[in-house]
Design a protein around this ligand. Structure first.
Ligand code: UDX
Length: 460
């Protein structure tokens, strides 16, 4: 542990699994580098403070409720409105507190999607750095949203249209169908949210990325050119600590699947999970179930409560389905994903291509089957299959058995994908070592945060 710096960093997280985890990992990294940490969080999806005895937690009364969560777009819009006042009050109090007198607040680090925090920080003359928890390549695509609007791609996304397959020249190899859009009746609301998210990111003092140079150097160059603020690609954040210490999942993880994996041969199991937000219909659920059963490969499948709108959990499976697998398939509600991906029995990851899942898979050298649902997932899937070439994209659910076979049956294509995945795993490891790109970037970030001294709030 490095000596204490006598400076405190405030964090404001977006209360969603894929955002909260990397933010808490970053807070741990800064704490182990001598900074004191205060996590400001909402009552909705609040983190468990007992897991972080060294941090101070401050809860804001956000008036968000789980029922509002059914629509991601509306949730994000509401959050950026409802949190302004309680956040302003909370930060004001923290800046005037005895704690802040002892250890001056150096800056605020907040999620890029919490764009409202920029206005509050400006008002209080508090330096703000953005944490972008998703990849840089998808950010470049988000930044091109005026283009989608101009060309009417959002409506194309909703009405199945032959242009969906067309490559978007400015964002190659993305096709129209890979653009980071969301199905919505209110495209203007989505564009407005993107506009604010980009403007307030530009207005910040820098961006911390959960990514690394070797993976996204081209996108980092583009974004640095367009946003004239410092960029700190310091990821993969979850690899700074052992997986048990870096995971702060909001859902309790079923550890029993590790013992089950222990009974399986190396590279034999398909791990299946669609993250914390994606939802599927019962028909899709059954197609996936039969695809897995018919593939004849062992599988570990995370069926989150709420994955299907129509049922609570796996009631839709025909009776006798699980028994007929004779131990070849295990279904759990939530898995210790980082440990699962690091397990030698896992040979492929069928994923929704959320950024954390993508990065966690890359870090363990596990080839992916990508089935994106919305926003950045579509970009990530295209990069996995066509840029890094460490996986295949499932474009048609009728192809499930075939695509599992392509990745698991040991043919030349699968071998090449696995070799590239292992090479990328090595790059992800080297970047965190002394002299590696993420390690150097973290050093630059620490120096940068300490340079904010002169900006520190002085209570009047
Ligand atoms: C959301 C968006 O869907 C995604 O597009 C964006 O990149 C981040 O925010 P989410 O759907 O939760 O994320 O997916 P992902 O980013 O992959 O994060 C899921 C996290 O949950 C991962 O860290 C993963 O390790 C963890 N997880 C998942 C578990 O711990 N157990 C599980 O069973 C499944």
């Amino acid at each position: 542990m490095v000596g204490r710096k006598g400076r405190r960093v405030l964090f404001m997280a977006l209360p969603l699994e894929g955002h909260l985890n990397p933010m808490l990992q970053l807070a741990q990294i800064l704490h182990s580098n001598g900074f004191s940490i205060t996590i400001i969080h909402t009552t909705f999806n609040s983190p468990n403070p007992s897991k972080y005895p060294n941090f101070t937690f401050s809860c804001i009364q956000d008036a968000l409720s789980p029922t509002q969560f059914s629509d991601l777009l509306s949730f994000l819009v509401e959050l950026n409105v409802k949190c302004v006042e309680p956040f302003k009050e909370c930060v004001g109090k923290l800046l005037r507190s005895d704690e802040a007198a002892e250890e001056p607040v150096a800056c605020l680090i907040s999620d890029a999607m919490c764009h409202f925090t920029q206005g509050v920080a400006d008002n209080l003359k508090l330096p703000r750095i953005v944490l972008r928890t998703s990849g840089v390549s998808s950010f470049v695509a988000f930044a091109a949203y005026p283009l989608f609007r101009e060309r009417g791609y959002i409506s194309t996304q909703q009405q199945v249209d032959c242009n969906l397959e067309e490559e978007v020249e400015e964002l190659a190899p993305l096709r129209v169908k890979d653009l980071p859009l969301i199905k919505t009746e209110e495209p203007e609301k989505y564009y407005e949210l993107l506009g604010k998210f980009l403007k307030e990111t530009k207005g910040s003092l820098g961006v911390i990325w959960n990514s690394f140079e070797g993976l996204e150097s081209g996108a980092l160059r583009k974004v640095s050119k367009e946003f004239s603020i410092p960029m700190f690609p310091i990821g993969p954040l979850h690899k700074y600590f052992p997986s048990s210490a870096s995971c702060s999942s909001l859902i309790s993880q079923d550890q029993s699947c590790i013992a089950w994996l222990d009974t399986k041969p190396p590279n034999s199991v398909v791990y299946v999970s669609f993250g914390s937000l994606a939802a599927i219909t019962e028909t899709e659920f059954l197609e996936i179930a039969w695809g897995l059963a018919n593939s004849k490969h062992p599988f570990l499948w995370v069926v989150r409560e709420g994955l299907m709108k129509e049922s609570e959990w796996v009631e839709a499976l025909p009776s006798g389905f699980v028994e007929s697998l004779e131990g070849r398939g295990l279904i759990v509600k939530w898995a210790p994903q980082q440990e699962v991906l690091a397990h030698s029995a896992v040979g492929a990851f069928w994923t929704h291509s959320g950024w954390n899942s993508t990065l966690e898979s890359i870090c363990e050298g596990v080839p992916m089957i990508c089935m994106p649902f919305f926003t950045d997932q579509k970009v990530n899937a295209r990069y996995v299959s066509h840029v890094w070439r460490v996986g295949l994209q499932l474009e048609d659910r009728g192809e499930i058995e075939r695509i599992i076979g392509r990745l698991m049956d040991g043919n030349d294509e699968a071998k090449e994908i696995r070799d590239r995945a292992l090479k990328l795993k090595e790059e992800a490891k080297v970047c965190l070592q002394q002299g590696g790109s993420s390690c150097s970037s973290l050093e630059a970030l620490l120096t940068y945060i300490l340079s904010f001294d002169s900006f520190t709030f002085q209570p009047s």
